[in-house]
Ligand binder design. Sequence first.
Ligand code: ASP
Length: 417
Amino acid sequence: MTNHVLYRGSRMPLLVKIAIGFLLGILFGFIAAPMLPNTPFLSEQVMPVLDLAGKIFLRLLTMLIVPLVFSSLVAGAASVGDARKLGRIGIKTIVLYLITTAVAIVLGLFIGNIMQPGIGMNIPAGLQQSVKESKPVFDVILDIFPSNPISAMVQANMLQIIVFALFVGVACVVAGEKGQRVANFFENFAEVMYSVTHLVMALAPYGVFALIATTAAKYGIALLAPFAKVIAAVYIGCIIHALVIYSLLIILGCRKSPFWYFKSIQEAAITAFVTRSSSGTLPVTLACTRNNLGVSEGVSSFVLPLGATINMDGTALYQGVCALFVAQAFNIPLTLQMQINIVVTATLASIGTAGVPGAGLIMLTMVLTSIGLPVEGIALVAGIDVVLDAARTCLNVVGDTAVCAVVASSEGETLKG
Ligand code: ASP
């Protein structure tokens, strides 16, 4: 196994620096929020610079996604060695991804039913927001298959890139010696991308400070208050899902301690929380899973890029809570049948959600329209989406690592810890 040490040499100091950046960002944002309207220096000079710094950091992470996913998936599929083993790992991975996602939605609905986040909401009349229409389900399925892999890469269409990469990876095995040479090239290329990740992550404490400071200044404490219940429901749901479901997976599937597991993947969880992008976090997720959990390159290169694209437990849970929230806010009773529909559509929607900030909000339209809830509800949730996105992305990424560890164990790999 290649050793991609992300936080080389200074593992704890960098983590501590990121945490400090995060806390200072919150402090700065909340202090700045009330001062913004009367302090032009702050609103016109400081905030735009912070905004720019945060966006640059996100772009640097994002620039790695396409080359990293493609090269690591080709190398990963090829390194599994035989197509039958790849099929076996693929089926296990997808089944586990689907089950954990469905459980997450049920949990979201359960918590939503108990906490009733939307009851008594005062929705302003004429509330409207232009919302992108979501696609019909058949089109979502068709869209998985690329007609032109290069344009899929240009558009960063992750599902299409994954499909093409899997074909290339399997073909590398089938094509014998020449295929092996191509697989080696992609393995080396992926290695270089990890080095770029290392360089980018050195900037993380500053990027995190800038991102959190601008978000906290924009939304302030006061704006969070009316939505405290829905925020609490999503956060409580994410925490319960992680602590119960993933702990069970790790205990039963890997025979390891959940403490060890959560400690091992904390960098990925924090990065996901802050960047709100599963795809952007992928380099860190790969590094944690390989270096700290001890999963092989073959399994992690296959399971994690796939998970960053299709496995979104946090997004699914959030969609369950938000569908209930919107129904309650608009006083529409949700029947059991409608709640079952939510489980099915939210599973599909979370599969089709891109691992980028805010994508889950767009896919929520698919869930709302398919069960006949007003799409205007999106505008309600949009105001607090940043806060919800942080938690759901964190759960999305943690879920990928848990399934990855279980698949690796089931393939006879010995994990660390
Ligand atoms: N931001 C989430 C992710 O990257 C997707 C979402 O918006 O739900 O995993």
